[in-house]
Design a protein around this ligand. Structure first.
Ligand SMILES: [Zn+2]
Length: 288
């Protein structure tokens, strides 16, 4: 996908296809409520025969004249995630796929995790001789300070295995290697490339915003998990830290970008994976 001007965005998939029933993700998406949406009849994003959402877990690599910024590192290989069988001890071809896209891991200059859920930090590290090491040896890993502080607090205080225990295998090695760059607020990576905080899904949830002066794109992570949340912005996920704030943030964001022509590229939209938001009398809709 080429965004007009200096930015080129490439999608590299870790896994995609059938996921789970709508209510696994969105508690308000009962069979009746989900069946009443237009997205229910969109075969790109829902399979009515299997009653399953169709989703993707992908990285988006933004190439500018000076940088290669990899956004969200998906689930990863060899991670111990027994609570979700499809994430557990995976042996995917992600690194080969990056290389095949002419974006080998050692060429990435920045990694940006929109938030620190296990499915956004997995390829931060890879297993080498029994040890977790940074997958991207030449990259700075950009994370919002508030997000890191939140998960560090959860890890210290939770009696449950929080966030699939991903801190130990996917974050601590990055902090130890000195590659983490913790940022506050609307950090600018370079002209036209900046972070924007969209709290709610997690406390420090952020988007990457691209603006070449003509066209804008927003890589919004899990601010919108599934296209049905465009027409039902108040449907927050079971995995949102603050469901009410997540819904408010999503509705405001959709209002801000609707009818502007900006590309919205979330972390889990199945192909075509990028949409434009249009406003309608009843709310919002997406043009994929
Ligand atoms: Zn996610």
């Amino acid at each position: 996908m080429r965004v007009n001007g200096p930015f080129v965005i490439t999608r590299v998939v870790d896994l995609e296809g059938h996921f789970r029933a709508p209510q696994f993700l969105l508690p308000d998406a009962t069979p009746e409520a989900f069946g009443a949406t237009r997205t229910f009849r969109d075969p790109r994003f829902y399979d009515p025969e299997r009653g399953s959402l169709i989703m993707s877990f992908h990285s988006l690599i933004v190439q500018t004249e000076r940088s290669r910024i990899l956004v969200d590192t998906c689930v990863g290989n060899d991670k111990h995630r027994p609570m979700l069988p499809e994430w557990h001890l995976r042996k995917g071809s992600y690194l080969d796929d990056l290389a095949a896209a002419k974006l080998p891991a050692d060429s990435i200059t920045h990694v940006f995790c929109t938030h620190l859920h296990a499915d956004h930090i997995g390829w931060n590290t890879k297993l080498v001789n029994g040890k977790w090491v940074p997958t991207f040896p030449n990259a700075k890993y950009i994370m919002h300070r508030k997000e890191v502080e939140h998960w560090e607090h959860v890890r210290r205080t939770s009696t449950e295995p929080a966030n699939h225990r991903s801190w130990d295998d996917s974050l601590q090695p990055i902090l130890d290697s000195g590659q983490a760059l913790l940022v506050d607020g609307d950090h600018e990576i370079e002209p036209g490339v900046r972070l924007m905080c969209l709290p709610g899904h997690t406390p420090g949830n952020c988007a990457l915003c691209l603006d070449d002066g003509k066209q804008k794109a927003f890589l919004v992570g899990d601010t919108i998990h599934h296209p049905v949340q465009v027409e039902r912005p108040h449907w927050s996920s079971n995995f949102c830290w603050d469901k009410a704030q997540s819904a408010d943030t999503r509705a405001k964001f959709l209002g801000d970008v609707a009818d502007t022509g900006a590309w919205i590229i979330p972390a889990h939209f199945a192909p075509p994976s990028s949409v434009r938001i249009v406003s309608e009398a009843s709310g919002f809709w997406y043009e994929a």
